[in-house]
Design a protein around this ligand. Sequence first.
Ligand SMILES: [Zn+2]
Length: 286
Amino acid sequence: MPQESTNTQYSNTDQLITALKNKRNIWVLSGAGISAPSGIPTYRDNKGNWQAGNPIQHNEFITQESFRKRYWARSMAGWIITGHAKPNAAHQAITQLQESGRVSKIVTQNVDRLHSNAGAKEVIDLHGRIDQIICLDCNDISRRADYQPRLEESNPALNSYIERISSKALPDGDANIDDYATDTVNIPPCEKCAGTLMPDVVFFGGIVPKERVELAFKTLAEADCLLVIGSSLKVFSGFRFPRWAHQNNLPLYAINQGEMRGEEMFDLVVPESCEEILPELVNQLI
Ligand SMILES: [Zn+2]
């Protein structure tokens, strides 16, 4: 039987530490809030309102070259920021909790790979990874970092334009550049088969691969509790995990600033910066 819902009262760090003291298998779900201190912008503000324009849709990318041109031109500018983002104290703390055996699984809605770059092991990148590209024709996977020089060589005029403007970073490796600059972009094809390349990420309207979701649920079934870090849970692909946890009487905790979908399901919500709270958890729990 599901637990009875009670209205969540915001909690402090000490209450969270007390709740986690006897937990050995903490299952972590992270969202954009953990990467914001690393300079990666979020799609939503603290009220959960959309603030990032129109992100590309899966079908637009697959079916229309004009959308692929727009994507890659903007990505060429966005990579300069996203490709150099570094993990912050929150990512480091999660890695330490995993190494100490406290955290059993890390599932992230972020495509920035900052958990893995902070040394975390076997992270499930629910929505894919921006540091890889995949060929839609032969499925070859290659490094996004190696594609940047190919994009730059194929588009010298766009490259000098990007260097001149200081473009504003947007979520998921996107950046603002004028639309007229995107029309003439040359997209280098797959080096193996000359096919169409796509970032190895799940766009809006795309589907998270089934095996990835199944693995996440399998590990969640073995967990002691679920800890959400920095997510509004507005996207169903992430929300389904706390919802399942709630239906199965698994304790639910969150460190999240701003509004969160399904907040009433949670046992504890600490509305503070994860970059400050997580190192404190490491000090108290390890
Ligand atoms: Zn190919």
